[in-house]
Write a protein that binds this ligand. Structure first.
Ligand SMILES: *Cc1c(COP(=O)(O)O)cnc(C)c1O
Length: 393
């Protein structure tokens, strides 16, 4: 049998941990009660399992369990945070602040709110994909309700200065929401230390099942208008029968993250980078040199065609840009916002290591990348010219 490609697309999604699957199974077949039916054993068992999961999700970010709302994923959480807060607080103001490199589920929601008459400020990022806290401060007006900035970028891994931004928001009396999908579980996230008021999480980015996420909402301070109404589940903030098996899996996934070592992850990631950069010239690393996710590596390769690179890289499963926008063609909007030229942005690869990445896979992946780039460069007139120019120096 042909070997499957090495999976290095863990920012797009992760393999569900077998221990998570194991924990979920009984909730499909034996404990199939509705967690809103407390009057019989099935419902009670389901409800207790949901409570326990809520507790572990809360613990992951230093929150209280009653502040966690289960959703279908971070796309829904982001939408609930932005629409829910802006619509519920219309009497107080109409201004939202976010940034150019947010996940599409934030950007598209911001656009929708703009069409509804809200004012949106899109903060720029620097060449590292970082948002300057001073810019956040300067953008706040007396009409500002909410600042929404991601904790870690899903393409280049840049970590924003959450504590500084949180402090500014708290001082100025505006709420602070963060899409912490990529940071939570990989590095410590603490809603108190970072002074966060709302946080979006997704299970399938941390070795849990797809189709479940959470929104942390600081209680009782933050006023929120629900999007899904009906049965009044999740304290009325998210109606619909709770996806008990998925929620149970999410809870276990959160617990298991405590055993992962970010330093170990970064060591493997750095090795991958070294092995590639040592063998190739014309490689640029995108993202912050130090303040970035331990599992992220985003590299630009000069003198190769981006789509050819992705197509020819058969032995490694990676992506260029984010999977979430892969239906769109063209260079990544994140890299463009960082000032990367179109051609280079196109020829960039995002490597996302994960819990199941092995030491043995790193050199194999590096060789595959190096060989593919070299093969494509051998056919590239631009590379020929570069070599010729260099040989004459
Ligand atoms: C994957 C991702 C999302 C979307 O999460 P889903 O649970 O798939 O809806 C949102 N934000 C970031 C940063 C992500 O990486």
């Amino acid at each position: 049998m042909k070997q499957r490609p090495i999976y290095l697309d863990n920012h797009a999604t992760t393999r569900c941990d077998p221990r998570v699957v194991e924990a979920m199974l009984p909730f499909f077949t034996q404990e199939y009660g509705n967690s809103s039916s407390p009057h019989h054993l099935y419902g009670r068992n389901a409800s207790e399992a949901v409570d326990a999961a809520r507790e572990s999700v809360a613990r992951l970010i230093g929150a209280k369990s009653r502040e966690i709302i289960f959703t279908s994923g971070a796309t829904e959480s982001n939408q609930l945070a932005l629409c829910g807060v802006m619509r519920a607080n219309r009497m107080r103001g109409d201004h939202l602040i976010t940034s150019a490199t947010e996940h599409k589920s934030v950007l598209d929601t911001a656009k929708r709110l703009e069409r509804e008459g809200f004012k949106v400020t899109m903060l720029p990022v620097d060449a590292y994909g970082d948002v300057d806290p001073q810019l956040v401060e300067a953008a706040i007006t007396n009409r500002t309700i909410l600042v929404s900035l991601m904790a870690a970028n899903n393409e280049v891994g840049t970590l924003l200065r959450m504590r500084e931004i949180g402090k500014i928001c708290r001082q100025r009396g505006v709420w602070f929401h963060s899409d912490a999908v990529q940071m939570a579980g990989k590095m410590p996230v603490d809603v108190e230390a970072m002074q966060l008021d709302l946080v979006s999480l997704s299970a399938h980015k941390i070795y849990g099942p797809k189709g479940v996420g959470a929104l942390y909402v600081r209680r009782p301070e933050v006023r929120l208008e629900p999007m899904l109404i009906g049965g009044g589940q999740e304290r009325g903030m998210r109606s619909g029968t709770v996806a008990v098996p998925l929620v149970v899996g999410f809870g276990v996934a959160c617990q298991l993250c405590a055993d992962d070592d970010p330093a170990e992850m970064a060591r493997r990631r750095d090795l991958l980078e070294t092995l590639i950069v040592d063998e190739l010239d014309g490689v640029t690393r995108h993202g912050h040199p130090t303040r970035r996710l331990p599992n992220n590596l985003n590299l630009g390769f000069a003198w190769v065609n981006g789509s050819a690179l992705l197509i020819n890289l058969r032995g490694v499963a990676v992506s260029n840009g984010s999977a979430c926008t892969s239906s769109e063609t063209g260079p990544s909007y994140v890299l463009k916002a960082m000032g990367v030229e179109d051609e280079e942005a196109n020829a960039s690869l995002r490597f996302g290591l994960g819990r199941f990445t092995t030491d043995e896979e790193i050199p194999r992946a590096a060789i595959e990348v190096v060989e593919t780039v070299n093969r494509l460069r051998a056919l590239s007139p631009a590379y020929e010219m570069h070599r010729f120019a260099r040989s004459r120096i």
